[in-house]
Design a protein around this ligand. Structure first.
Ligand code: SDX
Length: 425
């Protein structure tokens, strides 16, 4: 089969190279399209556009496959840990025992943030959304670590950046929560593992059930990376200007906040609670969703890439039952979620559009069972996605031929206007 694509424009035929990835994905390489044809492509929302090649994560949306560095998400979720899978995506290999211990210890060594950051967190109103606190304090770290703001970080500085940001995002998230509760900050305890320490910094209780820590660890694993999603693409775009790593990651936090993206996990719980409180049946609620004028969506359903079950949603759904049973938690919202899913999966509207539960549909149920409040759910997503953002940024800046990202457009506005004096307008 030809490795060329033929493009006929008017009376001319152009040949464009094609590219096949290691999992068999195919692309037409349009790097030279404008120079050779004068045309650019138009692809609103980048539905068909590959922004880069990447060796970090692979999704097969039709088959519901997700792999980190070639390892299936099912195997990683079952056998790995959040910190080990973070090492895997960032360095491209599973760590030895020594490498993992060193990685874990270095993350734990970032057990606080500068005093100025703490004061800044305390300056926020208690009802501030924790994502606002996280995003603003993430970029503010640049004011306290000027040595980490160089245009090009050395390999040693990149090693520091991943452990520092993984350590400090946990601290800032816990402090933001404590401030929102009007409580004093709880100091990190290095003797605890990452997830246990986070829960301890939220609750003030060092006796964290291992099942709770394990459930959180699995949730964070499932959020580590996901190809060129909206927030990762934001990280790549901002990082491509050689903005410092704190500003670059802060852009990812901002993009993740949106309800169509990471903010969906919070929106799912609010949707389930609304169904429960209103006594609205599933059919009535879904009828609203199907009415385009209602503006409402079945949050936690649908995905740009997955046109089958999101493999993460499958894992989380099973974990839901296990975690709630272990904790002896009965959550009526879980029953509503399962009922809603069952009805939606038989409804032609969802079936014809290949809308299935995504990672956000059940994750909030577990976070709730772990005692994490709804407005912290997207912060948890950010904590899980941070290593993926860092890995994608590192891959981009180390890629030969690295360039600033600057998409083209097609102009459709007025062409020749002449200035009129204000008196004659
Ligand atoms: C995440 O990209 C990633 O990888 C993201 C993520 C990650 O790990 O980074 O997986 C995390 O963001 C998961 C998605 C969380 N968002 C939600 O759950 C919000 C609800 N879902 C949608 O808004 C929507 O499905 C998106 C945003 C996820 C995807 O939107 P697309 O690909 O742009 O699809 P679309 O909006 O063009 O929808 C196609 C059709 C439309 O109907 P028609 O115009 O064809 O009649 O499906 C309908 C949509 O109206 N539709 C929905 C729907 N999702 C799509 N209708 C009702 N409820 C929904 N949830």
């Amino acid at each position: 089969m030809s490795d060329k694509a033929k493009l006929i424009l008017g009376d001319k035929t152009f040949e464009l190279p094609t590219f096949t990835g290691s999992e068999g994905e195919k692309a037409v390489d349009i790097t030279k399209l404008r120079a050779e044809t004068g045309y650019v492509t138009l692809d609103t929302g980048y539905m068909n556009t590959g922004a880069c090649t990447s060796a970090i994560t692979f999704l097969d949306g039709e088959k519901g496959i997700l792999k980190y560095r070639g390892y299936s998400i099912e195997e990683i979720a079952e056998k790995s840990s959040f910190l080990e899978s973070s090492y895997l995506v960032f360095y491209g290999k599973l760590p030895t025992a020594t490498e993992l211990k060193n990685f874990e210890d270095r993350i734990a060594s970032f057990d606080d943030v500068p005093e100025g950051i703490k004061q800044q967190i305390k300056a926020f109103p208690k009802n501030a959304h924790p994502m606002a606190v996280l995003a603003s304090n993430m970029v503010s770290l640049s004011a306290f670590y000027e040595d980490m703001c160089a245009q090009d970080l050395t390999p040693a500085q990149k090693d520091t950046a991943i452990v520092q940001l993984m350590g400090q995002i946990k601290i800032m998230a816990a402090y933001a929560y404590r401030h929102s509760q009007g409580k004093d900050f709880v100091k990190s305890d290095k003797s605890l593992d990452y997830c246990s320490d986070f829960i301890h910094m939220m609750t003030g209780d060092k006796n964290v059930k291992k099942e709770v820590a394990k459930a959180l660890d699995i949730l964070l694993i499932l959020h580590v990376d996901h190809e060129q999603n909206c927030s990762t693409s934001s990280v790549r775009l901002v990082g491509s200007s050689k903005a410092n790593i704190f500003a670059t990651i802060s852009a990812g936090v901002d993009a993740l906040w949106g309800p169509l993206h990471g903010g969906a996990n919070q929106a799912v719980l609010e949707m389930l609670a609304e169904i429960k409180d209103s006594g609205k049946g599933y059919e009535a609620f879904l009828a609203e969703v199907k009415d385009k004028n209602s503006g409402s969506r079945l949050m936690g359903f649908g995905h740009r890439v997955y046109k089958n079950f999101d493999p993460r949603a499958k894992i989380i759904k099973v974990a839901c039952d296990t975690v709630l049973a272990t904790l002896g938690v009965k959550d009526p919202l879980l029953d509503i979620a399962k009922g809603l899913e069952a009805v939606a999966l038989k409804d032609e509207y969802f079936v014809s559009r290949k809308l299935y539960p995504n990672v956000d549909f059940y994750s909030g149920i577990i976070y709730r069972a772990l005692g994490i409040p709804t407005n912290m759910f997207t912060v948890m997503f950010a904590m899980g996605r941070l290593p993926g953002w860092m890995a994608q940024w590192k891959e981009m800046v180390e890629q030969p031929g690295f360039k600033i990202c600057r998409p083209r457009q097609i102009y459709t506005g007025d062409t020749t206007n002449t200035y009129k004096d204000i008196k004659s307008r």
